[in-house]
Design a protein around this ligand. Structure first.
Ligand SMILES: [Zn+2]
Ligand SMILES: [Zn+2]
Length: 65
């Protein structure tokens, strides 16, 4: 077994923190790295995916154009 004691940190695509890749989770949308802290907060998608999943701009309330 190779024991990797390299710098295995990756930047979380949700919060931007650098966390250990081996403790992270993949984004459910694109599979990019999310840290375990975000996962514990219930964040399962990176910023890009959550932005794409959420409605970008809500329509003007009661003002159909
Ligand atoms: Zn994070
Ligand atoms: Zn993603």
């Amino acid at each position: 077994m190779t024991e990797l004691k390299e710098h295995d940190a990756m930047v979380c695509r949700a919060c931007g923190n650098e966390e250990r890749a081996s403790e992270g989770y993949p984004c459910t949308g694109c599979g990019t790295f999310l840290c375990v802290i975000c996962n514990m907060k219930g964040i399962t998608m990176c910023k890009a995916c959550s932005a794409a999943a959420a409605p970008a701009a809500p329509p003007a309330a009661g003002q159909p154009s």
